[in-house]
Write a new protein. Structure first.
Length: 468
């Protein structure tokens, strides 16, 4: 009897081992998605590094940064620090306000949309969505090692590039996404199905240089960290700092208040956006690098409906998204139904109320002037250097600087506001800075028209035809 009992156990163990071996990457990714909402709070570290190498493999430029944070995604609270180029910034964040401290400076408070811990969307949910977008990729491999599932990919893949673009503000200047090489690894716990690590090493050749981008994020102590509490001294010091700042001009403050009161009145609009980045060699007067991105959109904010046509260096892309469907058309490709990934594309279109926050940062800056232009509209202008203003533009326009510090950027800003509706009609910012023998120029233009005049947006018929 004992002999048969051992034979029975052996059979059971073999059956279990066979069952485990048959798990596919699709099954595991489904389980990650199923358990995603169980993740409430955790500790995370994000390390980013960008290197530019010459033809001989020598590093000619390098940037790096590390973020360490405790996060509670259910309450939108976080505490942590960001270290970049040797400078550390401490932060506490709530649903509406972020408190920050740099070196020996006092604590300051800013709206949470300016929070660098949120702007890149480096939270657990965003990391999970990266994995979900890779589910149907045939070249993705998976192995089970010890108590982990390890998903890997090596090679070129535009979808993988796009999946990292939103969460990590990925923008490899001058590179075509389909030409970027990836060395990807995602580690998943085999009991909880929680993601523990996301790593991607990106390499691409651009005009005789090699660009290397390293992204590493870990998630630890999931649902085990203590509740996040902001010390009272942070509140007190931030409040004292605000009260000690100079008073804003009364006319500017009054106008900003009226603009803020009318933000929620904007329901639909046409939006034109232009972003031109030029790097000039001042010795030879030759353009080293240049990129131009333009887009025209029709937007209804609630319920969300967007039809956008964009142009990146002569290649046109288009997308349509609503509450129910998302269609995309990339350069050289047909329409695709991306409804299951629509959150990625919704992030591309920054809403009016998010862009409008820029004017409040500009309005509070020393040196900002306000006047009435020839058309009777209100004109805000600012010329000078301001890290706060650069930060306000950074997330909405996905700006990323290499070799230049934000504090060194000379900015020339013009914001036009309709004096009757108090709606922003145009935002312009011309930035430039010198870095060695290279000069950087950034031109940003955002224009709004047909405010509250768009009642419906038609789905492109060819999108329906090609995807049905």
């Amino acid at each position: 009897m004992r002999k048969y009992f051992f034979m029975f156990l052996s059979f059971v163990f073999i059956f279990i081992l066979m069952a485990c071996g048959n798990e596919s990457k699709e099954d595991i990714i489904d389980l990650v998605e199923e358990h995603m909402n169980e993740v409430e709070k955790y500790y995370t570290e994000v390390a980013l590094e960008i290197r530019v190498l010459d033809a001989d493999g020598h590093t000619i430029d390098q940037k790096s940064g590390v973020m360490r944070a405790n996060r509670n995604d259910k309450t939108s609270e976080a505490d942590g620090e960001i270290t970049q180029d040797g400078q550390t910034q401490n932060l506490y964040s709530t649903d509406g306000t972020t408190y920050r401290k740099v070196a020996n400076d006092p604590w300051e408070s800013t709206p949470s949309q300016d929070d660098p811990m949120d702007n890149a969307e480096t939270n657990y949910e965003s990391a999970s969505h990266i994995l979900m977008q890779l589910k149907d990729e045939a070249d993705i491999d998976m192995e089970k090692k010890n108590s982990k599932y390890i998903i890997t990919f090596s090679g070129k893949n535009e979808d993988i590039y796009n999946s990292f673009k939103g969460p990590y503000s990925l923008d490899v200047a001058g590179a075509v996404p389909k030409d970027v090489n990836h060395d990807l690894e995602i580690i998943i716990d085999n009991e909880t199905y929680f993601i523990e690590k996301v790593s991607n090493q990106l390499t691409v050749e651009v005009e005789g240089h090699t660009l290397e981008t390293s992204i590493d994020q870990t998630f630890e102590q999931i649902n085990e960290i203590d509740d996040i509490e902001i010390p009272q001294e942070v509140f007190d010091e931030a409040e004292t700092t605000v009260n000690s700042e100079k008073n804003i001009d009364e006319d500017i403050a009054s106008t900003l208040s009226q603009i803020e009161d009318n933000i929620e009145e904007v329901k639909s609009y046409s939006m034109m956006r232009g972003l031109v980045i030029t790097v000039l060699d001042t010795l030879t007067e030759k353009i080293i690098d240049e990129s131009e991105e333009t887009s025209t959109s029709e937007v209804i904010e609630d319920p969300l409906e967007v039809n956008e046509v964009g142009d990146l260096n002569g290649e046109q892309a288009q997308f349509y998204t609503s509450e129910h469907v998302t269609y995309t058309k990339f350069p050289g490709e047909g329409w695709q139904d991306m409804t299951d990934q629509d959150e990625v594309f919704r992030d591309i279109n920054t809403k009016y109320k998010d862009i409008a926050q820029i004017i409040f940062t500009v309005g509070e800056e020393d040196g900002t002037e306000m006047e009435v232009d020839d058309d009777g509209n209100i004109l805000f202008t600012f010329t000078g250097k301001s890290e706060a203003i650069y930060s306000a533009f950074q997330a909405p326009f996905n700006l990323s600087l290499t070799g230049v510090e934000p504090k060194d950027l000379e900015q020339n800003i013009r914001i036009t506001v309709n004096s009757e509706t108090n709606f922003i009609e145009q935002i312009e910012n011309m930035m430039h800075a010198q870095a060695g023998q290279e000069e950087l120029h950034v031109e940003i233009t955002q224009t709004y028209e047909n405010m509250n005049e768009i009642d419906a947006i038609e789905v492109p018929q060819e999108a329906i035809d090609e995807t049905s």
